[in-house]
Design a protein. Structure first.
Lengths: 419, 675, 310
């Protein structure tokens, strides 16, 4: 053995690593006669939204695995690439990372469509890039209406065609429909609004406020909370002093946990309501019963999880991923169905399956999914604008953080009259 | 296999030997050229849009790091809220070039439309509105200027604070800016984020969503900022910043206006940050307040700490390393760990995600770098060449300075006037009176010695004269002009120079740089002149260098061979000499020397005494504090004795030595009676 | 609830908030007084303390807020948790001081402070990566007793507990610093390290003790936080930390009574400011106070004038 000093050893090791990286990059088993298309999944799997993002991811993965298990679609097998838009520096999704992910997907020619993103902040950064490449994405949970609003079309679909499709409806309906429900069913006359200063929370609570004022409810105030702060006794005491009938919270679990706990301690008699940010297993276990009891929440999709047909799906999901599904796991599953259906129709008509043809096919989707019929309008929004209302009632027979059983479905929130 | 490895190793070491033969300067230049070519060719090598996008983002963070480098690395001001300027630049650009601000159309806007800065939007059924369309190339410098203005606004009340307090206040500003952004929807659209920020257009072609043009623009920005940083570093401004970083008090004594230079550092750093904000937001086409929070400020600080504070190339390298870590390496490493986990059948290893641990890595970097390698990856200091034996030997010579030293041209227009006059000077600290009702006259072109036991108020008197301390009562006059309470740098500018009892040199700067800093009040090159290297600034720099060499040369073999050595490596006596040389460099009329011969052996003491005498011959006035009575007797025209803050004797050497009060003060009452 | 009831309730809220900030500020200001170091890690030691005490309580079988204890079992369990968390956090503080801060004690400038930022990040992320981002329910066996001060104003048992423990700890600390030998050694070291060393004081031991006490206080604050708010989360050190820091500066950094007073003032500003203005501006107000105090009166309300020798 020749004289190998330390430096030469290090160089050789480094060289070996480099070779390994290059080799692992190219390790794609290419089978010549199999047609392969890739579906991309883009979610914030790091940070504050990691839990809900993982449930969504698993819903999509389950659909893809089922399709591949049945032999694919007209000979096409589905490959998956998952990219994470969360960074720990941001502590949640990072729009810049989402944009980079969009470019990565665009650069990969085998990607024909995406599932995601979860958050609208990501969507805003991604859509100009996706539109330029005519790559469609179907989002199971992004609810900010700006992205599909024709007013902003020049920004979010500069090439004119819709590429942001939703299997969930938007906050333009979620907030206001809850206001309608409050007035009509809960007979609420005065409400105080708080939000968690985040993009989603501000959006949905502003939409709620607009509708509440329009239908004659007394909006006693609208204040913003700092999600990192622990103590909301000041604002809750202030609210108690004003004595509204109801409190509406727009935002996600980070502040929601504290709002729920402290409302229960200081002002338990008030009617409490929130958006889909309050539908979260971790929130249930962090707040605990009886503190979380009685909260109203909405989901921007029709509710189907109670159906007998659904329980088979839920059982399969729970067994495969060791966690209970969220309602957005279903919309993610349905998103994959939309893409699969698009691929089926495209390949059946003899066209090449690429992102342009798939996008066109998605635009004309008309299928039945777990959540019911799915079709899109010319902006990419789902036609079925159903908002479901739930209330939390303790179900002692099931674990505390079981989203399916602790949230009791009440009904559909009334749509705003168009007159 | 062994043979081929051996052959490769031999080839490798042969190449290494070849590389080492090229001189260091050339080697560095060659490395720079190779790296630059690689960076330029990168998008052609790796055609993946996502990778180029990540690289363009990395460029933005590199320019942020360069901006913070000026604040933290050059001027030594720890800024923990740097992301605030990033945010200000981004939102300013958003105001200039997005759909955020849409005032109703009126005639007022017509000239702007004609200039192409705004457009008129017409929609059915609603009044026309103004759409801001300021070009990126105008917007980016404007954002830099706006951010710089905020830098001055934040700095003005706070730059007088000590280092750790300043850090906290900047942290506070870093927190306030995103809160304001979140609560000012008119300007920022709040938490929902800006809509429709326009990408740059060049010659009719819009950057759109392509990453390549942003990447090249980013490289250009890095190059430009490196250029500006290096030019500033090696200029009067840069030296002043480094003096402030090393020792603020000494910097003030050198005539440096600390507040205005700190503000300048803040403003330049903020300007870099603001320009980067415009770049970043025009690329992302949106901005939310969450993008500019404390973790971003810390990330940039980590880049500085990792790269080396004050080291331009180190900081850029660190920015690139950290970005690569986040976008590539950690993801790959996670993949390897998963594979390894499958191999050893560990469920935890298969689940772990190292990308999430980047913040943990930042914390570890901060701790380990501060503990083990504070100078960073690429230190800003260059290693100094060793001296030859001949250069190291020096013999104490007599005869003083070879006259005249060109740098010293004191005015002797009014030899009758007292150079320094102190009237009833008093300094109280709470209950303690350090100096009481002092009356001292230092005649022009004389050598006056101030002596007294320890704690008698000698150094305090110096501090009061030079503006480092404010008197409780009394007056200080310089050639008849009242300079009481004037800040230190202005006192220096009027011709008073001093050395310090405990040596306040700029340890991490060379002898040459220490001398050049002292000329700060006699030169005028500002930041613009420094960056552009105008003929006037070059001439000024050349002249300053020549004068500096002359002053250094006046000390002969002791300092001249050590011109480019770091001061902290010098012997104690040589450091004392540098103190004096530095004081001479500011073209003083009067020199205040605080124990100049402390630590010197008898031969060196005599040498220095001669040198002080020759300074008087050149026309200077010298006021010195000394303990060595033989020196005092030898050279002083007048001796003043202090005890417990009061003057107890004044006169020639014989008069003072026979004064019973003086004896008592020095030797104690019993001994004085026996003397 | 009448408007006076609301204001009175906000005052009670404010004092409770203030007691929490004071508790956090105490340990922080002690360390600064001795070695003039802004220890960012202090507030994440507090956060770690909250988690640690949560685990201790869970170990005893408690969960949620529905298992109520009274009398001796209650006092016993709380004391156990308090002692354990104070020991654990105290040791954590000493480890940080020895491993990371002592080597940097003589390095001028802000190197040590930057290092504490690093340590703070490390603690924060270890908890985040191991426990996840979601808040966790804190087991609380305290009975839900409350009293009506007026018809509409309520004073809760946990608030009384918070005030009592904070006051006791402050008095204990005050007594320790003024009356015991080690406490006097701490005072001496705070005034002049060199002179203290020359008097035969083991400065290293004094600094270590200070860190132990300060971090133990942070741990106690963590337990009390959990009992008060019934949750623990990786992010609680952040906002509470900045407010406590402002409290320490306002009261006079290095001064123990100052920390108490500063805490109460900041707590009252938070509650009354939120009531009379809006909670969204609380952070801006408090930071402005920080800046103003540092610029106009850096010694705060009770701080000592530091004479700098040039």
């Amino acid at each position: 053995m020749s004289k190998m000093n330390r430096r030469q050893l290090m160089l050789t090791t480094a060289g070996a690593f480099a070779l390994a990286t290059l080799a692992s990059g190219g390790l794609a088993p290419a089978q010549a006669d199999e047609k392969l298309v890739t579906i991309g999944i883009e979610l914030p799997l790091t940070g504050a939204d990691a839990d809900s993002a993982t449930r969504i991811k698993n819903g999509a993965l389950m659909a893809i695995e089922e399709i591949n298990g049945k032999g694919g679609i007209n000979g096409y097998k589905l490959a998956v690439t998952v990219l994470d838009s969360g960074t720990s520096t941001a502590g949640q999704y990072d729009p810049a990372q989402a944009a980079t992910n969009a470019k990565k997907f665009v650069a990969d020619e085998s990607v024909v469509a995406l599932v995601g993103p979860e958050m609208s902040g990501e969507g805003k950064a991604m859509t100009p890039i996706l539109s330029a490449a005519n790559l469609a994405t179907v989002t199971p949970s992004s609810t900010n209406p700006d992205i599909t609003d024709p007013k902003f079309a020049a920004q979010y679909k500069p090439n004119g065609k819709a590429i942001y499709f939703r299997t969930v409806t938007t906050d333009a309906f979620q907030g206001p429909n809850m206001a309608n429900y409050m007035r009509d069913t809960l007979k609420v006359k005065s409400v105080y609004i708080v939000d968690d200063s985040g993009a989603y929370g501000v959006g949905i609570s502003n939409a709620f406020e607009g509708q509440a004022k329009k239908i004659g409810m007394n909006v006693m105030g609208h204040d913003q909370l700092d999600p990192k702060e622990a103590d909301y006794t000041t604002i809750i005491t202030k609210i108690k002093g004003l004595n509204p009938d109801a409190v509406y919270y727009g935002g996600v679990a980070q502040a929601g946990v504290k709002v729920a706990k402290q409302l229960y301690e200081i002002f338990p008699s008030v009617i409490k309501a929130g958006g889909d940010g309050m539908v979260d297993g971790g929130l249930l276990s962090a707040v605990g019963f009886p503190a979380i009891e009685g909260w109203y929440c909405t989901q921007a999709s029709p509710h189907v999880m109670d159906d007998a047909a659904m329980s088979d799906w839920v059982a399969r999901y729970t067994k495969a991923y060791k966690m209970t599904p969220s309602d957005y796991a279903i919309t993610a599953y349905d998103a994959v169905q939309v893409i699969a259906d698009a691929i089926k129709r495209t390949s059946a008509s003899g066209q090449e399956v690429n992102r342009d043809t798939v996008r066109d096919a998605i635009q004309t989707t008309k299928i039945d999914t777990l959540q019911g019929p799915v079709a899109f309008d010319e902006n990419g929004d789902i036609m079925n604008k159903v908002i479901s209302v739930f209330q939390i009632h303790h179900d002692a027979a099931n674990p505390e953080d079981d989203v399916q059983h602790q949230y009791k479905y009440i009904g559909v929130a009334p749509e705003s009259p168009t007159s | 296999m062994t043979e081929s490895v051996g052959a490769k190793a031999r080839a490798g070491s042969a190449i290494g030997a070849q590389l080492r033969r090229i001189p260091a300067e050339r080697r560095r230049g060659a490395i720079l050229i190779v790296v630059s070519l690689l960076l330029l060719a990168f998008p052609l090598i790796d055609r993946n849009g996502g990778d180029i996008d990540a690289a363009a983002n990395a460029c933005a963070f590199a320019t942020l790091a360069l901006g913070l480098n000026i604040v933290v690395g050059y001027a030594g001001l720890l800024d923990l809220g740097y992301a605030a300027f990033f945010a200000i630049g981004a939102y300013t650009y958003g105001a200039l070039s997005s759909w955020q601000i849409q005032p109703p159309w009126s005639e007022f806007w017509e000239p702007f439309e004609w200039l192409g800065l705004v457009a008129r939007i017409h929609a059915e059924g609603v009044p026309d509105v103004v759409h801001m369309t300021v070009s990126f190339w105008i917007g980016m410098p404007v954002c830099g200027i706006v951010a710089a203005i905020f830098g001055v606004l934040f700095g003005a009340p706070t730059l007088r604070l000590r280092g750790d307090y300043l850090a906290i206040v900047t942290l506070g500003f870093g927190e306030i800016v995103p809160i304001v952004a979140r609560n000012w929807p008119y300007m920022t659209n709040g938490a929902i984020g800006l809509n429709g920020v326009a990408p740059p257009r060049l010659l009719g072609y819009s950057f759109g969503v392509d990453s390549e043009p942003f990447y090249y623009l980013g490289l250009l920005m890095i190059a430009a900022l490196i250029f500006i940083s290096l030019r500033l570093q090696n200029s009067r401004i840069g030296r002043a910043w480094m003096a402030i970083r090393e020792d603020e008090i000494a910097a003030a004594a050198m005539g440096i206006n600390r507040v205005s230079l700190k503000l300048l550092a803040f403003a330049v750093g903020a300007g870099f940050g603001g320009m980067t904000g415009a770049f970043y937001v025009s690329k992302l086409q949106t901005a939310t307040p969450d993008m500019f929070m404390f973790p971003v400020s810390v990330m940039i600080l980590v880049m500085i700490v990792l790269g080396g504070m004050g080291s331009v190339y180190g900081v850029v390298l660190a920015a690139i390393i950290l970005q690569l870590l986040q976008s590539w390496f950690l993801q790959d490493l996670t993949g390897w760990v998963h594979v390894f986990g499958k191999w050893v059948d560990s469920a935890w290893l298969q689940r772990v995600d190292l990308v999430q641990s980047i913040e943990l890595i930042f914390g570890i970097i901060l701790v380990t770098m501060m503990l083990f390698r504070r100078q960073g990856l690429i230190p800003a200091m260059r290693p100094t060449p060793a001296l030859t034996l001949e250069q190291q030997t020096a013999h104490a010579g007599r005869g003083g300075f070879a006259m005249p030293i060109r740098g010293i041209e004191p005015k002797t227009a009014e030899p009758q006037r007292a150079m320094i006059e102190i009237r009833k000077l008093t300094r109280r600290y709470g209950g303690i009176v350090a100096v009481k009702d002092l009356d001292i006259v230092v005649e022009t072109n004389s050598i006056v010695a101030l002596i007294g036991p320890n704690g008698s108020g000698k150094s305090t008197t110096f501090n009061l004269i030079t503006g480092m301390d404010e008197p409780s009562a009394g007056q200080v006059l310089l050639l008849g002009e009242d300079i009481t309470g004037l800040p230190a740098h202005l006192v220096t500018k009027r011709g008073v120079a001093r050395t310090f009892q405990n040596l306040r040199l700029f340890s991490n700067m060379t002898v040459r740089e220490n001398i050049l800093v002292a000329m700060h009040s006699r030169t005028t090159t500002g930041p613009v002149g420094a960056v552009l290297r105008t003929p006037r600034s070059r001439a000024e720099e050349r002249e300053a260098e020549e004068r500096a060499i002359e002053i250094i040369g006046a000390f002969g073999n002791r300092l001249l061979p050590r011109t480019n050595q770091l001061v902290k490596e010098l012997s104690y006596a040589n450091r004392r000499r540098v103190e004096i040389a530095r004081a001479l460099a500011s073209r003083p009329k009067v020199l205040l020397l605080d124990e100049p011969t402390a630590g010197m052996n008898p031969a060196e003491t005599l040498e220095l005494s001669d040198q002080i005498r020759s300074l008087r011959t050149m026309g200077l006035t010298v006021f010195l504090i000394e303990h060595k009575l033989n020196v005092v007797n030898d050279i002083a025209d007048k001796i003043i004795v202090l005890d417990h803050g009061e003057k107890i004797a004044e006169g020639t050497a014989e008069q003072v030595h026979s004064n019973p009060q003086v004896l008592e003060a020095y030797l104690g009452r019993k001994a004085a009676h026996h003397a | 609830m009448t408007y006076t009831d609301v204001l009175l309730q906000q005052v009670i809220n404010g004092v409770s908030l203030g007691a929490m900030y004071s508790l956090l500020a105490l340990g922080f200001t002690m360390v600064y007084g001795i070695i003039e170091l802004i220890n960012f890690a202090h507030f994440n030691v507090f956060m770690v303390g909250a988690f640690f005490s949560m685990w201790i309580l869970k170990l005893t079988g408690l969960a949620g807020q529905n298992v109520i204890l009274t009398g001796f079992p209650l006092v016993g369990i709380l004391l156990l948790a308090l002692v354990c968390v104070m020991l654990f956090c105290g040791v954590l503080g000493v480890v940080i001081e020895r491993a990371v801060l002592r080597p940097l004690r003589n390095v001028p400038g802000t190197a040590a402070m930057i290092t504490t930022i690093g340590v703070s990040y490390i603690l924060f992320n270890i908890i985040l990566l191991s426990q996840g981002a979601a808040a966790m329910n804190f087991p609380n066996p305290m009975p839900k007793v409350q009293w009506n001060v007026t018809a509409g104003t309520v004073l809760k048992l946990r608030e009384v507990l918070l005030w009592t423990i904070s006051l006791l700890l402050m008095l204990g600390l005050h007594f320790f610093v003024r009356r015991t030998r080690l406490g006097k050694a701490m005072q001496a070291t705070a005034q002049d390290q060199e002179a203290a060393r020359m008097m035969g004081i083991e400065v290293d031991t004094v600094v270590m003790t200070t860190f132990f006490l300060g971090s133990a206080l942070a741990g106690a604050a963590g337990l009390i936080f959990g009992l008060y708010y019934n949750f623990a989360s990786y992010v609680i050190g952040y906002t509470a930390g900045l407010r406590a820091f402002t409290a320490a500066v306002l009261g006079g950094i290095g001064s123990i009574p100052g920390a108490m007073l500063g805490g109460v003032i900041i707590g009252l500003i938070e509650s009354l400011g939120g009531q009379l203005l809006a909670t969204r501006w609380t952070d801006v107000i408090i930071f402005s106070i920080l800046v103003i105090v540092l610029v106009l009166r850096p010694t705060g309300l009770f701080g000592r004038m530091m004479i700098r020798k040039s």
